[in-house]
Design a binder for this molecule. Structure first.
Ligand SMILES: NC(=O)c1ccc[n+]([C@@H]2O[C@H](COP(=O)([O-])OP(=O)(O)OC[C@H]3O[C@@H](n4cnc5c(N)ncnc54)[C@H](OP(=O)(O)O)[C@@H]3O)[C@@H](O)[C@H]2O)c1
Length: 264
């Protein structure tokens, strides 16, 4: 990964920030994006202090023009793009009977269309370099989770998009990875959108019991180096995907019971 140019969307927090640190410490030149300029600057300062080559570009993945500008900024700064990590994402927590449909649309715009736009504008350089496109999907992209209709749908859509992309690019030497973390400690649950679009503000799960963002990033890094097709993380995540294939009606009941334990 030495001297590879890596774009990480949503690189100012959680898994994206940990990926920036991992790729950067292996010698890659990193460009991170996010909506909040202050968080981006904080991340860049902290990682530069560790000797990492990194810059930030303020961009909202749900806006097509921002993605075009992001790709242009990376090419201007580093000369090319080798790897795109479609990581920016938001979650939601509301029952479908109650949710404002604008929440579902917003989650799709960020988690699905964000990846589509970013990939479109980075792909010409990635094809030239026989590089990688990575989508940070989720176990929720294999098995729907209650209270997260829009989120699960966005990750199922992302998985389908990446599968087709991989197949279309089969003869080009481009690598496409669908990376599916299980529950990972980050800000995602704090920022998850509730039924009216406001942030949840707290996590309904015990974050301390989860995989850390840096462990998650380490697994994703290895999968990129090995040019793997799919990465499914955590024991619980692997079991869920396996059970859902084998016995989906039982998975419905187990998932219901597990998620019903969340407060409220
Ligand atoms: N943590 C988990 O348990 C878990 C499990 C499975 C999959 N994932 C996936 O992992 C990815 C990273 O999540 P995380 O857990 O690290 O969450 P996080 O700590 O909340 O970080 C999310 C990052 O995405 C950025 N972002 C959000 N909306 C954006 C937008 N419209 N445009 C550009 N950047 C945006 C955020 O910055 P700004 O808010 O400043 O824009 C932030 O940098 C997501 O795709 C998520 O679905 C997470």
């Amino acid at each position: 990964m030495k001297n590879k140019v890596v774009i990480i969307t949503g690189g100012s927090s959680g898994i994206g920030l940990a990926l920036a640190e991992k790729f950067g410490s292996e010698g890659s030149k990193v460009l991170i994006t996010g909506r909040n300029q202050e968080s981006l600057e904080k991340a860049v300062t902290a990682l530069r202090e560790k000797g990492i080559t990194i810059s930030a570009f303020q961009a909202d993945v749900s806006k097509e023009a921002d993605n075009k500008a992001m790709a242009e900024a990376a090419i201007q700064q580093y000369g090319t793009i080798d790897i795109l990590i479609n990581n920016a994402g938001v979650s939601m927590r509301a029952l479908f009977t109650e949710v404002d449909l604008a929440v579902v649309r917003s989650v799709m715009d960020i988690n699905f269309y964000g990846a589509v736009y970013a990939t479109r504008y980075c792909l010409p350089e990635i094809i030239k370099n026989k590089g990688s496109v990575i989508g940070i999907s989720s176990i929720a992209g294999f098995r729907g989770l209650p209270g997260r209709t829009g989120y699960s749908a966005s990750k199922f859509a992302l998985n389908g998009f990446l599968e087709v992309l991989r197949t279309e690019l089969l003869k080009t030497g481009v690598h496409v990875l669908t990376a599916c973390p299980g529950f990972t400690a980050s800000n995602i649950r704090m920022r998850a959108l509730t039924k009216d679009g406001s942030a949840q503000g707290k996590s309904p799960r015990v974050e301390e019991n989860m995989m850390t963002a840096s462990e998650c990033a380490g697994h994703i890094y290895k999968a990129v180096v090995k040019r793997k097709r799919t990465l499914i993380l955590t024991g619980q995540g692997k079991f869920t995907v396996w059970l859902n294939k084998l016995w989906p009606s039982l998975a419905d009941k187990l998932v219901y019971n597990i998620m019903a334990r969340e407060p409220e």
